[in-house]
Design a protein around this ligand. Structure first.
Ligand code: ADP
Length: 494
């Protein structure tokens, strides 16, 4: 193992994949490099799994679903997932260092990526234990006489989980733990840029839990084809995916031949409607901070700020001040709130979109490039663009960088129309001194989720999903658990 442990805390993760209960390298031993985005240095390697590895993992998951008691033994699943929560807790600091190493996420903001997902394992174990899997639907009249109907919730089967790189451990847990607790078997395919948050999870399952061989598998790979093979395989009953809308479309198409159940959480282009009576000093510094934390690499980020023309300049000044003072730098330094973008490719995409915005007539208020004091690492300046045309590319495409666009509006109706003017429908935000007015606007936004006056919609107890091209189905809440269950109705004598 090429574990690189340095004074900055960089730590390489597990190289081996987990297939059918065995931690293993791919048969030819091929690996690919994992870079630390803050230093641009190779931090270590991950196994470059192949389509054959993926086929073996799917075969193992299928066999485990059909031949073991996993799908029927709720108490055992509860036992295993309780063990998993404890094992993750024991490995917490190692997982945190690996997360910072592969994502470049500032140590100060790792709580939502380490502590939260570990707590979610316990949540799903309890939720699944207390879930009512058999409901008496009462007696119904039929032409052949009365029939009692019972509704039985059953696991879907083999679930393929394909995850992105922005919050890798959190999403690896969010996509697989409710699926496992519901009685499915799982094949996880982590993103290329963050393989270790997946392979470490596999190692912990193999070494520190009683989860049987084949029930949970992890295949890392540097090739998109390996994820594509998972989404097309007829032995897979369901795909759960978080990532770009383009990849979501490919996954939906690949699953069409076998009418695969598909849960998609895709891109967003969320708007924050700041109404003319809002407390700007409360709403806007927070809006600017949210754009920069995680380097803007968040799907629910309200990246389009809509300001009333009557208070336009005032709003821009507040956003500018916060962005210009935001602590950008080394993710290992405790005071840092914004680290690098995850890769040079991502940074160039962000810089390219900023350029396209300026070409389309936007006004640069602050930022726009690489911080001069941070020449090494994939850093991007917090960037504010004003006078952004709502039809321009930068107002339509997800940026995934520390960038806010500002567009002015005249009436509340105009603001709603601009907010709804994209293919996406993930989240939104409204700020107003009048909560009823804000609520009425929130109901008109064509999105799956809305935050009013900074009160977050997001959390494990409430359903989360996107409308339009932002997704299909829900995570979190009871809706999120039921996604991993089929609903069977059984008619029977009274
Ligand atoms: P990004 O473009 O931000 O890297 P993607 O949506 O492309 O995000 O990737 C998210 C996940 O989807 C990764 O695990 C990646 O390997 C996987 N992936 C990419 N292309 C495909 C595909 N055609 N089919 C299935 N999975 C894919």
């Amino acid at each position: 193992m090429t574990t690189a442990e340095t004074e900055t805390g960089v730590l390489a993760g597990e190289q081996r994949m987990l297939i059918d209960g065995e931690l293993q390298l791919t048969s030819g031993g091929a690996t690919f490099d994992v870079l630390h985005p803050a230093s641009e240095q190779v931090a270590g390697q991950a196994s470059d799994g192949t389509i054959e590895d993926m086929a073996r993992a799917i075969g193992a998951a299928r066999r485990a679903f059909v031949t073991t008691d996993w799908s029927r033994d709720l108490d055992f699943r509860y036992h295993c997932l309780t063990q998993l929560a404890q094992a993750l807790e024991r490995n917490k600091e190692r997982l945190r260092r690996i997360l910072i190493t592969e994502v470049g996420c500032p140590v100060a903001v790792t709580g939502s990526q380490i502590e939260s997902p570990i707590a979610e394992v316990t949540h799903w174990a309890e939720h699944g234990k207390n879930f009512d899997y058999l409901i008496d639907n009462g007696v119904h009249d039929t032409p052949l006489g009365p029939a009692r109907r019972k509704i039985h919730y059953e696991p879907v089967g083999v679930v393929g989980a394909i995850t992105p790189w922005n919050v890798p451990l959190y999403l690896n847990i969010a996509e697989t733990v409710p699926a496992l607790m519901a009685g499915n078997t799982v094949v996880l395919k982590p993103a290329q840029l963050t393989p270790w948050s997946g392979s470490e999870y596999g190692r912990i399952v193999a070494d520190e839990t009683d989860i049987p061989a084949g029930v949970f598998n992890v295949v890392t790979s540097n090739a998109n084809d390996v994820g594509a093979a998972l989404s097309a395989d007829p032995r897979v009953d369901m795909i759960t995916f978080t990532g770009s809308t383009a990849t979501g479309r490919a996954i939906l198409a690949a699953g069409a031949a076998t009418v695969k159940k598909t849960l998609l959480e895709l891109g967003g282009k969320s708007a924050h409607i700041v109404l003319d009576d809002a407390d700007f000093n409360a709403a806007l510094p927070m809006a600017a901070m949210m754009a920069c934390v995680m380097s803007g690499q968040s799907c629910i980020l309200p990246s389009r700020i809509l300001l009333p023309r009557s208070r336009y300049d005032e709003g821009i000044e507040i956003l500018k001040t916060t962005m210009e003072n935001f602590p950008v730098g080394d993710p290992w330094t405790p005071g840092t709130m914004q680290g690098p973008q995850i890769s040079e490719t991502q940074r160039q995409k962000v810089l390219g979109l900023i350029r396209s915005g300026l070409d389309a007539g936007a006004r640069l208020i602050t930022g726009g490039g690489i911080p001069p004091d941070l020449p090494v690492g994939y850093y991007t300046q917090p960037t504010l663009l004003a006078d952004v045309d709502p039809d321009s590319l930068i107002a339509q495409e997800e940026i995934f960088g520390p960038v806010l666009t500002v567009t002015g509006y005249d009436t509340d109706d105009d603001a709603v129309a601009i907010a709804n003017n994209t293919i996406y429908g993930l989240s939104g935000e409204v700020s107003s001194a009048d909560v009823d007015r804000a609520f009425a606007i929130a109901c008109r936004m064509r999105t799956g989720n809305v935050t009013i006056n900074g009160k977050s919609h997001f959390g494990i107890g409430s359903p989360f999903g996107g409308t339009k091209q932002s997704g299909l189905g829900y995570r979190n809440g009871d809706e999120g658990y039921k996604e991993y269950l089929e609903t069977k109705t059984i008619g029977m004598p009274e």
